[in-house]
Write a protein that binds this ligand. Structure first.
Ligand SMILES: *Cc1c(COP(=O)(O)O)cnc(C)c1O
Length: 337
């Protein structure tokens, strides 16, 4: 048995999801006439209590569209130095929006309100104008860390008071939500715009949703088209997204429980130096001094355990709906061999 823990993007559509895709009514979404895409966008907007939504190819696309709409050439985005928008989106902040970035060092990728307050550029012609604050929840590079509701409330209140939009990279927002005991509508209230992934833990094959005001989404739709992101009978994929939101959210807690078990098993391994705190479905191991992540990943692959190097001395495991109790059992046996 192959044990797939490289990413929660490896999930495959479940039988019920395939059924929903097969029977979805379709049309041309570039003309606004795919009923299933329209249904997904309306459903998500309503769920998060936002005016409008836009179905996109990926989380990178939703984040980059959002940044391009919020921030103009010569202005800046404020984010944590571990942010996906900075590290893993091909330099898109600069390449797509022509914008600069101010990187802050948070706690496992989480910023606090005082840091953000101190980072806003003064109203001075020498400064790069701060035009967006972007947070991630959960934080991928922070080992799936989550914000507290209090922290998000403070940051949201502050950004509103200085009239700077607040964006959420919510690639794993449902993982955060089930642990925080929060609702999508509360997230919709905290953030001006949100990127929500359907294809990670939720298990849809493709797609992310961008949420915001009507005016914002109208501009976002134009940017998506300019980037070649107009997609025709995308309802096949939207149907999978609808199914995922209806059936595959509550089960995320199981992924979190299995991630905690992985951490417990790995704690005892002699080659593991430390483990980042496990809050959701990500486990990041730090290797003992002198060990390389590339070598360790290759060794584990020999045992049928697939994981990802995360920098030269870290290894990442991500649990998801394709990793069940049987796989967990096999993992525990093989990794301790
Ligand atoms: C995976 C991920 C994204 C988007 O990834 P895509 O592969 O472009 O869908 C964005 N932010 C975070 C934190 C992620 O983990």
């Amino acid at each position: 048995m192959k044990i797939e823990l490289r990413s929660d993007t490896f999930t495959l559509p479940t039988p019920g999801m395939r059924e929903a895709m097969f029977s979805a009514p379709l049309g041309d979404d570039v003309f606004g006439e795919d009923p299933t895409v329209n249904a997904l966008e309306e459903k998500m907007a309503k769920l998060f209590n936002k005016e409008a939504a836009l179905f996109c190819v990926s989380g990178t696309q939703t984040n980059q569209i959002a940044i391009s709409v919020h921030v103009s050439k010569g202005q800046e985005v404020i984010c944590d130095e571990l942010s996906h928008i900075y590290l893993y989106e091909g330099g898109g902040i600069m390449a797509n929006a022509g914008a600069s970035v101010k990187l802050l060092k948070g706690d496992l990728g989480r910023l606090n309100v005082s840091q953000i307050r101190a980072a806003i550029s003064p109203d001075d012609i020498h400064a790069c104008e701060s035009r967006l604050v972007s947070l991630e929840n959960t934080v991928n590079k922070g080992g799936g860390s989550i914000y507290t509701s209090e922290a998000l409330q403070e940051i949201s209140d502050f950004c509103r008071s200085v009239n700077i939009p607040l964006h959420l990279d919510g690639a794993r927002i449902f993982n955060a939500m089930v642990e925080m005991g929060q609702t999508p509508a509360q997230f919709g209230a905290w953030f001006d715009t949100l990127s929500v992934c359907l294809s990670k833990g939720l298990g849809a094959p493709v797609g992310s949703i961008l949420l915001g005001s009507k005016e914002f989404i109208k501009k976002a739709r134009r940017v998506r088209k300019r980037l070649g992101g107009g997609w025709r009978q995308a309802g096949l994929l939207a149907a999978a997204g609808i199914y995922a939101v209806d059936h595959q959210v509550e089960r995320l807690k199981e992924d979190h429980a299995r991630a905690r078990e992985i951490a417990q098993v790995c704690e005892k391994l002699p080659w593991v130096k430390a483990i980042l705190p496990v809050s959701t479905n990500i486990v990041i191991l730090e290797l003992q001094d002198g060990l390389s992540s590339a070598t360790k990943v290759a060794e584990l692959k020999e045992k049928g355990i697939y994981c990802a190097p995360f920098g030269p001395s870290y290894v990442r495991f991500v649990t998801h709906l394709g990793f069940d109790d049987e796989a967990l059992q096999a993992f525990s046996e093989r990794i301790s061999e």
